[in-house]
Unconditional design. Structure first.
Length: 508
């Protein structure tokens, strides 16, 4: 092709494409479509940022359009903020002349950080709207957020930029001591049900002090946060029986993400740590969710930790990890832990009655109950297990063997299971000759064991471990170990059922 002809051809192509109508836009006519007409941003704590929510905006017409404005109704004063396909606009509040191609869509991402003072005082809702265009073409999408007031406890920040820390052996962690005479919060050792608490870092109970939690208290822990009970300190959790699934009278420890998508996510926060030397600790009607370790209980200075009517769910490592501790547990329910629901390790003295230990973690090597008298590498490596007694309990889960006994010579290893339902399938007969797992002939350690029968829990994914009259655990308990009321306050009948629940007809 000769040069002049080539130049002529290029010029024609350029002129044709530069005049095409699909590269031009017309003004929006108010016919946008939306994935939702109202965005409900789930409950947030005052002054704490929400998750990001998404709205999809559709141009279903045959024309490329320009939307003159997309803005928040409260303008620059709105507590909401937006981004449009990565664009931030004016402070995330106002966007002008937004182009949207025919048959195309765009995403709007919405967040909020609001104060309880911004909310409607009657229902604590903070609202606004996203306005598309104006006048006769105005279209709206409503925004609604529930703001929850809270008491925030956190380490101090110093003028040099450092943060208050707690000494843990030779290390330090972000944390602070609870103060019974704090100038802002008053007595931080007295937790009430007036408002929920949000804790950042580890809150420590000082030596010779007691932290008390009244019925109905809610405590939410941020990531890498928890509660530490120091040497000679104590914790008293005084929840009571609730009559609804809202657990209105129980003490609840959970993460600080209130969105439904986080309601069952393990490992969102650290642990409740009863350190070596803490004493006189009592726990009644406590629910722990989504921790790394629900309860970490170490040597309790010779005193017994009483744990009653307590539920622990979705721990990324352990529900309860005990080390050389002394625990008396009644009506305990634990489910889903990355290593073990209950681990009684490094010796100690343990008694659990009418408790349900289940593990349905989503891989295959976790157990419901682990008992041992040693910790590898510890000095000394072994300590006496003076008692590990399980009465009228259920030990079950999705793994073939839901109980592990690990012992080493050089220290006592005393255990006994009375009237318990245990899942232990002994795949490939690898434990047939192991003296620790002789469930039917070893009467010194096992009495009236129900092996590998399904307890028929009501709804395991929803942590509902109720049983009905068809369960293998019904009426198989020994009245000598009777706890008169089950975890829901129902009277047990004789002979008692195994586990934490008295059987009842399931209600939908």
């Amino acid at each position: 092709m000769r040069p002049i002809t080539l130049l002529f051809f290029i010029g024609i192509v350029f002129s044709v494409f530069s005049c095409r109508s699909d590269f031009e836009t017309i003004a929006s006519t108010g016919d946008l479509k939306f994935s939702r007409d109202t965005i409900y941003l789930d409950t947030v704590f005052t002054d704490i940022g929400s998750s990001t929510y998404r709205l999809k905006v559709y141009n279903k017409s045959k024309n490329d359009i320009t939307i003159p404005s997309i803005k928040l109704g409260k303008g620059l004063n709105s507590r909401y903020r937006m981004s449009l396909d990565g664009m931030q606009g004016k402070n995330g509040k106002i966007f002008n002349n937004v182009e949207l191609l025919a048959k195309d869509s765009l995403y709007i991402f919405i967040e909020t950080t609001a104060n309880i003072a911004d909310a409607n005082p009657t229902d604590f809702l903070y609202t606004d709207e996203i306005q598309f265009d104006s006048g006769k073409n105005l279209q709206k999408v409503e925004l609604v957020t529930l703001i929850q007031d809270a008491i925030f406890l956190f380490p101090k920040r110093f003028a040099d930029g450092t943060t208050e820390t707690l000494p843990i052996g030779k290390d330090k962690i972000d944390g602070f001591y609870l103060d019974e005479n704090d100038p802002v919060n008053g007595n931080e050792l007295q937790f009430t049900n007036d408002k929920p608490y949000v804790i950042y870092g580890y809150a420590a109970v000082p030596s010779n002090k007691t932290a008390t939690f009244e019925a109905g208290t809610r405590v939410h822990f941020h990531a890498n946060s928890g509660l530490i009970i120091a040497k000679d300190a104590s914790i008293n959790i005084n929840g009571t029986h609730s009559t609804t699934d809202r657990l209105e009278n129980e003490v609840v420890f959970d993460g600080d993400r209130l969105e439904p998508n986080f309601s069952e996510v393990p490992g969102q926060w650290g642990t409740i740590w009863l350190t070596d030397g803490s004493a006189n600790n009592t726990i009644n009607y406590l629910t722990i969710k989504n921790a790394t370790i629900g309860l970490l209980i170490q040597n309790n200075n010779g005193t017994t930790v009483a744990v009653k009517n307590t539920q622990i769910y979705n721990s990324s490592n352990y529900g309860i990890l005990a080390q050389t501790a002394k625990i008396k547990g009644e009506n305990i329910v634990i489910n889903n832990a990355g290593i073990a629901s209950l681990a009684c390790t490094y010796g100690g003295n343990y008694s659990f009655t009418h408790s349900t230990f289940n593990n349905n973690w989503n891989s295959s090597q976790q157990v419901a109950v682990l008992v041992s008298n040693y910790v590898l590498g510890a000095i000394p490596e072994v300590k006496d297990l003076t008692a590990a007694t399980f009465n009228n309990c259920i030990i079950y889960g999705s793994y073939s063997n839901e109980m592990t006994l690990n012992k080493k010579m050089g220290a006592a290893f005393k255990y006994q299971f009375n009237n318990c339902l245990i899942k232990f399938n002994n795949v490939s007969n690898q434990f047939t000759t192991n003296p620790d797992y002789q469930f039917t002939v070893d009467t010194a350690h096992y009495n009236a064991i129900i092996l590998n029968k399904n307890p028929k829990f009501f709804n395991i994914p929803k942590n509902k471990f109720n049983i009905d009259e068809t369960s293998a655990a019904v009426a198989k308990g020994n009245s000598a170990y009777l706890i008169p009321l089950d975890i829901r306050g129902n009277l047990r009948v004789l002979p008692p059922d195994l586990g934490a629940y008295q059987n009842r007809v399931f209600s939908k």
